[in-house]
Design a protein around this ligand. Structure first.
Ligand code: HXC
Length: 511
């Protein structure tokens, strides 16, 4: 038996070397880890079970029949655990044909995708690859098609996470684009459909890889990526943290971790969070931190459309999605980008049965030609649609302004909010006092005394939570300090919420 076992070990050692020591060293010189090193960091120690270690490509064109056949063919696949919870993984090996996708390489990925869907566990792809293997032609394109189809089949059933850890092009950006989350590593990862050289040839535009598709571009401009981290190690450790928030699948319910933070905890400092002056900003992140268990908040799209906050936290050990207007940026106004960002997050939460807690302080939708030409109507409608469609528990707290259409949109009672609270500082109205008085009392516009009296009258009547509370649109006006307790109780009560939507093939979200 010994020679047989020795041969197995020898073959395994060969496969583990991927494209060889020289290419591994080049990977390290660029500040990147290898595929296997990355998986070791992502998964619990010793939990990785590899599949298809010895798979090889079958291409014979362009000298591929003479090229060395490297076992594994540029991707390491299998499954393991993250803090004891099962996940499926594939990691592109840039040292083997630049991690490019061949027919055999694609079959390794689709095997993992099928398995993940069958056993209902999240799938995480680590990308560092140049797209379709050019030498394989249509066989590689077909392989991508198989991967894309499975991305879509699994969407809304199991969480799919893509981590971009090197230069990625073609299919290695389109497959991530169809998953739930994309994260990047700063300075070493790029995403583009076509690289700088092709751009130069086709459009004569000179652009660096960083300018075309670096982490900064995709987290602040294009919003393709949901976040970026300093290096491979930090990125993978943060992915472990993210996985802890996510359910295994759409029917598993959110994970319940032991909580050491009292759900009934009061926070008197919240009583003074909202400044006296109505136009003075304050940091809504502080409210999220004071409501979430141990202040732990995993932000999604933190660098894009910062006038709205989205991300995961926990209340009494169970995951919730937080959506909150951020008065620190553009006064928390809803614009096209903020609407799109929040809509996608709300839909993720709804698909995976994650309750949503919404904090509202919004002066309305942003006016202007730039917004209207940019399709504000359609993008704003996305958020309205997403909330209206959600069947997960929705708990809303209005802290200050809830003006105009934005009042309706931000998980109001009317579109499906289950428990809607307001702080005594809330102002729920069609618009602020100045604008309102100038429209409805236009005849008095030249009489400052009359205008002042009308403004004061409007402020007294409408800029409070009580008109809405009188109608039952607000379930209760609560003290700011009790916000966590109220939310925790509401979520506990709503845990058994069940809503049946009418049968349809699918909706027609305004895309
Ligand atoms: C075969 C590839 C390859 C590919 C890279 N390599 N991409 N081999 N097919 N697609 C190989 C290189 O030949 C090289 O081999 C090694 O990987 C490292 O590549 P370098 O170019 O030296 O690295 P770098 O300078 O870092 O540039 C990385 C890169 C660049 C930006 C990814 O290689 C590149 O632009 N590749 C082509 C990208 C592309 O256009 N792909 C097709 C997309 S079409 P050696 O032996 O020298 O180490 C597609 C269709 C899908 O994917 C459908 C979408 C809807």
């Amino acid at each position: 038996m010994k020679p047989i076992l020795d041969e197995l070990e020898q073959r395994r050692a060969g496969a583990r070397l991927g494209g060889g020591e020289k290419r591994i060293a080049a990977q390290h010189t660029r500040g990147k880890l290898t595929a296997r090193e990355r998986l070791e960091l992502l998964l619990d120690t010793g939990s990785f079970e590899e599949f298809d270690t010895f798979v090889q490509h079958r291409c014979t064109d362009f000298g591929m029949d003479k090229a060395e056949k490297i076992p594994g063919d540029g991707v390491v696949t299998g499954w393991g655990t993250v803090n004891g919870r099962k996940v499926f993984v594939f990691a592109k090996d840039f040292t083997v044909f630049g991690g490019s996708l061949s027919e055999a390489h694609a079959a390794k990925i689709t095997k993992i995708q099928d398995m993940a869907l069958k056993v209902r566990a999240p799938i995480i792809g680590l990308f560092d690859a140049g797209g379709a293997r050019i030498q394989e032609g249509v066989a590689a394109l077909g392989g991508y098609g198989e991967v894309f189809k499975r991305n879509v089949l699994a969407s809304g059933v199991i969480p799919q996470i893509s981590v971009i850890m090197g230069p990625c092009a073609g299919g290695d950006v389109y497959s991530p684009a169809m998953t739930d989350f994309i994260f990047m590593v700063r300075d070493t990862s790029y995403m583009f459909v076509t690289g700088p050289e092709v751009v130069k040839t086709v459009t004569n535009e000179s652009v660096t890889a960083e300018e075309l598709g670096g982490a900064k571009v995709h987290t602040t401009k294009s919003s393709v990526a949901d976040g970026a981290f300093e290096n491979d190690v930090e990125c993978l450790l943060q992915m472990r943290r993210l996985i802890d928030f996510l359910p295994a699948c759409n029917q598993s319910g959110v994970p319940a971790w032991p909580s050491f933070d009292d759900g009934e905890r009061l926070d008197p400092s919240l009583d003074t969070l909202v400044p006296e002056h109505p136009n003075k900003p304050y940091d809504m992140k502080e409210l999220i931190a004071k409501v979430a268990d141990e202040g732990d908040f995993f932000e999604i799209q933190g660098a894009f459309a910062r006038n709205i906050l989205t991300g995961f936290g926990r209340v009494e050990g169970r995951t919730v999605g937080f959506v909150a207007n951020q008065p620190m940026v553009l006064a928390g106004v809803l614009d096209a980008d903020a609407s799109r960002k929040a809509a996608r997050f709300v839909r993720f939460c709804d698909a995976f049965e994650i309750p949503i807690v919404t904090f509202v302080d919004v002066p309305g939708f942003l006016p202007g030609t730039a917004q209207e030409y940019g399709g504000l109507i359609k993008h704003g409608a996305k958020l309205l649609f997403a909330y209206s469609q959600a069947t997960v528990p929705l708990v809303t707290v209005i802290t200050r302004k809830a003006f105009g259409g934005a009042y309706d949109v931000m998980a109001s009672k009317h579109i499906g909010g289950d428990v809607n609270y307001a702080w005594p500082t809330a102002q729920i109205a069609v618009m602020g006092a100045k604008g309102a008085v100038e429209i409805i009392f236009r005849a008095d516009i030249d009489d400052p005394e009359k205008i002042a009296a009308r403004t004061s009258e409007y402020e007294q009547r409408f800029l409070s939570p009580f008109v809405a509370a009188e109608r039952g649109y607000i379930d209760e006006v609560i003290t700011p300090r009790s916000t966590r307790k109220r939310i925790a109780r509401a979520l506990a009560m709503l845990a058994s919420k069940k809503v049946e939507a009418p049968l349809k093939k699918h909706d027609n979200l305004p895309l």
